[in-house]
Design a protein around this ligand. Structure first.
Ligand SMILES: Cc1cc2nc3c(=O)[nH]c(=O)nc-3n(C[C@H](O)[C@H](O)[C@H](O)COP(=O)(O)OP(=O)(O)OC[C@H]3O[C@@H](n4cnc5c(N)ncnc54)[C@H](O)[C@@H]3O)c2cc1C
Length: 390
């Protein structure tokens, strides 16, 4: 069966859904999203959904801050519910990372982000029961929190469909046809869609899919675990979200009495994104729980409820690739968001639409996310060893 589309987006994670929505909002309503399984069935559906602003580089800080504005006004701007819950967010550091920490918070403030370094006494008011004596500095973001990654993807996709886009589930793209240096079509098992523009937003599947088309990028699928602990509610009814650089652990409240805990640094490379152990290991549970309890001692009395693992799409500098492919007109790549992409997803769609329709992303300079940086040896430099903070 054949058809035509103004653009085809491959991958129905939060990035692909944000992109197809933003293309439709900019007038490209005859576009198609192909998803091999179900929306959010990749990294998006396993995401912890943390929405915080603490980054060590301007490109991510701007993307996170401008995305927060969209999350906060999601129903008016996009339509639907992204599940934003503004718990406030604390970032703790020890002596080792102190100079970088101060520089990063100053940079974030210059970007307009609502963040400041607060005293231990102020932090104790915000987070009663936390152990803070070891903290060299603490930053606080009062408007950060978490949102619903699958719900956000579904909302973007629904609005794109309302505007005329087609979203095809259980429809893996099998290939991209190129002729005369230009994209001409995308194929699935039973369909050929003629199109001049294709975005590859295939998350952990990207390396393999791109290799098939002769594009060799240093992308790895890496496995990361998350657990949910039931809090002793009489002692800790509530707490804000947090990223603890000293103990390499992040956490946030989940529903009424649970605390979601992740690490992000303990990772295993996965050869085949179809095959990975989806349950957490005993080793991880013990390790992450012990480190959480260093910051929140009463969590030693918590009860394990459940856990799962998901895949990051990791690059050597933990920065994504958002670019056009040199030498193939109409081919774009949007992948490699490691463990911090969800919070950027609203702006990722805006910027990819600018790149495709205006020839350049203008709202935020994304040149540091170009794919040629690996070949040029010009990698971005994350300032922390804590991968989820980049
Ligand atoms: C455990 C975990 C915790 C995380 N926590 C956070 C967090 O707290 N905050 C944050 O900001 N980020 C977090 N992230 C990162 C964030 O979830 C990801 O960066 C984001 O979801 C990536 O979205 P994506 O659309 O690029 O990829 P995905 O969600 O993986 O989507 C890619 C899609 O492409 C589809 N696909 C693949 N191949 C094909 C094909 N050939 N044809 C059609 N479809 C195809 C897949 O089925 C998949 O649905 C976390 C990630 C994980 C795994």
């Amino acid at each position: 069966m054949g058809s035509t589309a103004e653009a085809v987006v491959i991958g129905g994670g939060v990035m692909g859904c944000s992109i197809i929505y933003n293309l439709a909002a900019r007038g490209l309503t005859n576009s198609v999203l192909l998803e091999r399984d179900l929306l959010g069935s990749g990294s998006t559906g396993r995401s912890s959904g943390v929405v915080r602003m603490h980054y060590s580089n301007e490109v991510h800080a701007h993307m996170a801050w401008q995305s927060l504005d969209i999350f906060q006004n999601f129903d008016q701007i996009i339509g639907g519910d992204c599940g934003l819950t503004q718990t406030g967010f604390l970032i703790f550091t020890g002596d080792e990372d102190l100079p970088a920490f101060h520089a990063n918070v100053a940079m974030q403030q210059e970007c307009g982000i609502q963040t400041s370094i607060i005293s231990r006494e102020e932090a104790q008011e915000i987070a009663p029961g936390f152990y803070l004596d070891d903290c060299a500095a603490i930053a606080y973001e009062p408007v950060s929190g978490y949102a619903d990654p699958s719900g956000t993807a579904a909302a973007y996709s629904a609005r794109a469909r309302d505007m005329g886009a087609t979203v095809m589930l259980q429809s893996p793209a099998t290939g991209i046809e190129v002729a005369g240096g230009k994209v001409v079509a995308v194929t699935t098992r039973d369909r050929r869609i003629e199109t001049p523009a294709v975005v590859v937003a295939t998350g952990p599947w990207s390396r393999r899919f791109l290799l098939q088309h002769g594009i060799d990028l240093p992308l790895e699928a890496t496995r990361h675990e998350v657990i949910h602990l039931r809090r002793p509610m009489d002692k800790l009814p509530y707490h804000p979200g947090g990223a603890d650089i000293a103990n390499l652990v992040y956490f946030r409240p989940e529903s009424t009495d649970l605390t979601l805990v992740g690490n992000g640094n303990m990772e295993d490379v996965v050869e085949d994104p179809e095959l990975f152990a989806s349950r957490p290991t005993q080793r991880f549970i013990q390790d992450v729980w012990t480190r959480l309890a260093r910051r929140i001692p009463v969590m030693a009395e918590a009860e394990y409820t459940t856990g799962y693992a998901g895949l990051y799409t990791s690059t050597p500098d933990s920065h994504p690739i958002m670019d056009r492919v040199e030498g193939i007109d109409g081919l774009y790549i949007c992948t490699g968001f490691s463990g911090h992409g969800f919070k950027l997803s609203p702006m990722v769609g805006v910027l990819m639409a600018e790149l495709m329709l205006d020839g350049k992303a203008t709202t935020i300079d994304i040149s540091t996310l170009r794919m040629s940086r690996f070949r040029e040896g010009k990698l971005n430099r994350p300032r922390y060893g804590f991968k989820v903070l980049v």
